[in-house]
Design a protein around this ligand. Structure first.
Ligand code: GCO
Length: 390
C-alpha cells in the first residue's frame, strides 16, 4: 500500500477551549447558554482546563503527533486592556506539555468565544473591534514565540452566521434558531480585517505559520444552478478564502456537503443515515473542500484543521474517517498541498448548546471526568504511525 502523505505530515486531533475547559465564566457563550434559546450549559465542561495533560497524553500515546487547541480571550484579557499573566502562563504550560509529549501544538486564538466586555461593546460590530482583537493578539503573542502553527480566527464565516442571527434577534426580528441564516457580510468583513491585522503581529513575534480556519460546506450545484452556487459560495466561503490570500496556510474544516439550487441552500433530507447533527454522511466532502481551496487560492498549503462525524457508533467514525482520508490522499496525489489532518474531535465535548452529539475519539464521564479512549483513537494513531489506511 502506498504511504499516505509525507513523513512530516501532522496527524492529530482538535478541540476548542469553551467546548472542553469548563467554567468559562467571562465569555459571551456562558451568557448565551443562559439566554432564551433553550440551550444546554457547558458547566464544568470536561474539566480540560485542569486535565489537559491527560488529554494530550492519550493522543500522544495513541501515536498522534499534533494537537490543536484554542486559548481563551475571556480569560487572558478579563477586562479591557488588563492582561492576566496567570492565564497566559496556563496556556504556556499547555504548549510546553504538548511539546514534551511530542505533540506539535496548533494554537487557535479565537474559537467562537469572546469576553463579555467585548460583547457589551457590540462585539464585531462595535467601535474598535479590530483594535481590541489586535491588543489581545499582542498579549497572546508573548507565549507563542516557539509555536509553529497559529490559527487566528476559527470559522469567521460561522461566526458571521451566529453573531448575525443574535444581532437580528436583538433587534426584535423573529429568528428560527434551527435554520442557519447566511453569514452576515458586514460582520464577516470585520473578522477578515481582524485576521489581516493579526498576521503581521504574529509573524513579527513568532516563527509560526499563520492562517485562519474556514468552514467549508463543500457546496455543490444542482443541475443548472452553477451561477447561483457561485453567488452563495461567495457569501459562505469564498469571501473568507479571499481574506486568507498571502497566508502561510489555510485551515480547512469539512464534515458534509451542501447542495445549492436556483433558490439557494437545499435543506438536508432527514434520513437515518444522517449524523447526529443532521448532516448527510458524506466523507467525500473533505476532498471537495480541499480541492476548492487549492484552486481558489492557487495552491496554498492546506492544513485540515477539522473533519469528523457526530455518531454514537465508533465503527462508523472509523469508516467515515478512513474514507475521508482516502479522498484527502487522492486530492494530495493530484497536487493539492496538504500538510496535516487534525480530527474533530479529540474528546466528546460541548457542541455549542448540546451535549448529545459525540464527535470524540475519547469518551468522557462528565461526573467523574474519567476519559475512555474509543477504538477510533487507536485506529487513527495506527494510521499516523504507519501512514497507511488499514
Ligand atoms: C467548528 C467548530 C467546532 C464544532 C464542530 C462540529 O469550528 O465548527 O469549530 O467547534 O464543534 O465543527 O460541529
Amino acid at each position: 500500500m502506498p504511504e499516505l502523505f509525507s513523513d512530516d505530515f501532522l496527524w492529530g486531533a482538535s478541540t476548542a477551549a469553551h467546548q472542553v475547559e469548563g467554567n468559562n465564566l467571562n465569555s459571551d457563550w456562558w451568557l448565551i447558554e443562559q439566554g432564551p434559546y433553550g440551550l444546554q450549559r457547558s458547566g464544568d465542561g470536561l474539566d480540560s482546563y485542569h486535565r489537559f495533560a491527560e488529554d494530550m497524553r492519550l493522543l500522544a500515546d495513541a501515536g498522534l503527533n499534533a494537537y490543536r487547541f484554542s486559548i481563551e480571550w475571556a480569560r487572558i484579557e478579563p477586562s479591557p486592556g488588563a492582561l492576566s499573566r496567570a492565564e497566559l502562563a496556563h496556556y504556556r504550560r499547555m504548549i510546553d506539555t504538548a511539546k514534551a509529549l511530542g505533540l506539535t501544538p496548533v494554537v487557535t486564538l479565537h474559537h467562537f468565544t469572546h469576553p463579555i466586555w467585548f460583547e457589551e461593546q457590540g462585539a464585531w460590530l462595535g467601535d474598535g473591534a479590530v483594535d481590541a482583537f489586535v491588543r489581545y493578539v499582542e498579549f497572546a503573542a508573548q507565549i507563542l514565540h516557539d509555536v509553529d502553527w497559529v490559527c487566528t480566527i476559527n470559522e469567521p464565516n460561522m461566526v458571521a452566521v451566529m453573531h448575525g442571527m443574535r444581532v437580528r434577534a436583538a433587534r426584535g426580528e423573529q429568528i428560527d434558531p434551527t435554520v442557519l441564516a447566511s453569514p452576515d457580510e458586514s460582520i464577516g468583513r470585520v473578522l477578515i480585517a481582524a485576521h489581516r491585522a493579526a498576521v503581521p503581529i504574529l509573524r513579527n513575534a513568532t516563527g509560526a505559520k499563520v492562517g485562519m480556519t474556514i468552514s467549508s460546506q463543500a457546496q455543490e450545484a444542482a443541475p443548472g444552478a452553477e451561477q447561483k452556487l457561485a453567488e452563495v459560495r461567495y457569501l459562505w466561503e469564498d469571501m473568507y478564502l479571499e481574506g486568507c490570500r498571502g497566508d502561510d496556510f489555510v485551515g480547512i474544516q469539512a464534515y458534509s456537503t451542501q447542495t445549492v439550487d436556483q433558490d439557494g441552500l437545499v435543506p438536508h433530507t432527514p434520513s437515518p443515515d444522517n449524523t447526529q447533527v443532521g448532516l448527510p454522511y458524506r466523507p467525500d466532502a473533505l476532498g471537495i473542500a480541499v480541492r476548492h481551496a487549492h484552486r481558489f487560492l492557487d495552491g496554498i498549503p492546506i492544513l485540515v484543521t477539522e473533519n469528523g462525524i457526530a455518531t454514537s457508533d465508533d465503527e462508523r467514525r472509523i469508516a467515515y474517517t478512513r474514507e475521508a482520508l482516502r479522498h484527502l490522499g487522492e486530492a494530495s496525489d493530484e497536487g493539492v498541498n496538504v500538510l496535516g489532518y487534525l480530527h474533530w474531535s479529540a474528546l466528546d465535548n460541548f457542541e455549542w448548546g448540546h451535549w448529545e452529539p459525540t464527535f470524540g475519539l475519547i469518551a468522557v464521564d462528565r461526573e467523574t471526568f474519567v476519559r475512555t479512549p474509543k477504538p477510533s483513537l487507536a485506529w487513527l494513531g495506527a494510521v499516523a504511525r504507519t501512514r497507511t489506511l488499514s
